[in-house]
Every structure is written in C-alpha cells, then in structure tokens.
Ligand binder design. Sequence first.
Ligand code: SF4
Length: 357
Amino acid sequence: MQDFVNKIVSWYEKNHRQLPWRETHDPYRIWLSEIILQQTRVEQGRPYYEQFTTEHPNIQSLAEANEESILRLWQGLGYYSRARNLHKCAKTVMAEHGGHFPKKFEDLKKLPGIGPYTAAAIASFAFGEKVACVDGNVYRLLSRFFGISDDIASPKGQKVFFEKAQSLIPSDRPDLFNQATMEMGAMVCTPKKPNCMYCPLQAGCFAFEHNKQEELPVKTKKVKVKKRYLHYLIIKHEGEVLMKKRDTKGIWAGLYDFPLIEGKEAIVDFDDLLENTPNFNGGKFLLGQISQQYKHVLTHQQLFVRFFEISTKNQAAFQQVKEAFQSHSFPLEETMGIPKPILIDQYLKEHQLEGVE
Ligand code: SF4
C-alpha cells in the first residue's frame, strides 16, 4: 500500500500538467474548475475556467450575476443544469455561509450541484481534509491495479472504490495523493491503450500481470441513445426574428432557440414541414433557404437538425405565428448575445441572417 502511494506521488511531482486551478487553494476557484471539468476535457474546459474567473473573480460576483449571463458564458459546454446549479450554489454560499464555502466534506455535499466527488475535491485541495476524490480516472486506476471488479456504475461498487481510496490516502498531503491518482488515471492508465510500459505501478499491477486492462473497470450500465429529428423555423419579419425560451426541463432549459418542429423522421421539404405544423399559414411566408442536416451527439441522444429560414412582410401573419409558437421577437443583431444551444450558435455564426427586403 505504502509503495503504491510513494510511487504515485513521486510520479506526480515530476510529471503533472501545470493547470491554473492546481496553483490555488481558493475554494471558489477549485469548485469552479471541478464543475466545469465534469464530463468535459481539460483542454475544452480551460478557456471557460479562465473566462469565468476573469468575469467573476469571486463568489459574490457570480452570485450577483443574472442567470442568462451565466448561461451565455457556459454556452458550448453542454449539460446546462451544471450552470444553473453553479449559480444556485453561489447564491446559497452567499446567503447561508456568509460568502465562504464550508470547510468540511460532509457540509460541502449539502450545497446545490455538489456531489461526493466535488465535495472531496474542495475539502482536500482547499482545506487539506483527508478525504478521497474518486472520479472516473481513479475508478479505472484502482480497478486495474488492485483487480477490483465491482461495477463502478453501482452504488455498492462506488462504495467499495471510495473505501479503497480512503484506506490509501495519507494524512500528510491528502491533496497531493488525490491529484496524483486522478492525473495518473488521466495521463497513463487511460481508458484505451494504457501506457503500461512507462507506468511506475507496473510491478504489482493486477491488470498488467493478467492482461486485463481492457476488462477493467467493469461498468454495466448501458446508455440508451435516442435519435431525435429537430426542424427549426427561423422566422423573420422586418429585421426581427422569433426565438423561444426553453422551459425549465430538458437539456437546454433556460436557453433560447427557434420555433421547433420535432418529427419522427427527418423532413427535407418545406411543404412536408407545414403539414406537421398546425396554426401556421405557410402561404404568407417566403422560403429563404433550407440548411443541410447537422448531427449533434449527446450522451443519451443523437440530434439530427435542419434549419428552415423563412420570412414575411405581413405583420399579422408574423404576429399569429409568434403566438402559435409562444415565442418572442428579437432584433436580428441581438441574437448573438442571447444564450442558446451551441448548435444554434454555430449555425448563426456560419449563416448571416438577413432581414426581409
Ligand atoms: S500498469 Fe497499466 S494497467 Fe496497471 S496501473 Fe499502470 S497503466 Fe494502469
């Protein structure tokens, strides 16, 4: 056990990546980085971390920001419930803890959007508490090295791994141990093709000895991927366009998108689309262009998206369709500043929306 700890810490001290959130003990910055990096690669998350800490250098600033500006900053990271919880948590820390994060693992877990892993990261990196951070990298490393075959997707398996990590963590510098196990899992004991030849843990590693790297860790939960066909209507009238705020449920809650028609299959023709659109008098609208189909892959869904750009000179028709879709009209030049799903943002960046002649 001690050998495992010594080797991994010594490897970390020589080989770890320099990352801005590792240079600080500020719980606000550590928390921010951990929330951003959930289900996000370091290279992708880093500019977001820098943007957030520049615009909101402390928790008070974040708590006082409005939700739309936070969603705008978050745009492109996906899983927008994380951004909403980020804001909720900042407000809770201000209102209930005088602007200071609680120092204990057990108290941190009670804050919105903070699960056991994030609570452990804040408690150990900011406050030196001896509590193990077990993320996907650590599950993999421990599973392979110790030959633990419990399912990492099950609560029982997660308990086994947490207890294992907790039994290894040293009293002095628990933060260093946590950083080292996560970094080793991310950089050496990778999901595919782990770098066993250069791994300091090779001697004594169960998976290496038994050639079980591909079988460990065990994760039985299957993700069912649903296909969805989304058809967006970009409806313009005299320099304005209709957009709609998504309600509080779903992957894009709180963001804006265009009036949407979802079909059981892809629709490529405007007339076919109209047949699927009650209360919409297509005769008063001019078809501009129909986009290619875009594919957007999420964890549980594959989205196939097409944009139909249409316009009208008829104020009454525009008003009618605005009400039918319960949408709002915005000046075209304001659309870039509105928080929206990344695929819509990309479309708008690629296609200049033009007003009605
Ligand atoms: S020897 Fe290979 S499988 Fe074992 S811990 Fe190192 S990288 Fe992972």
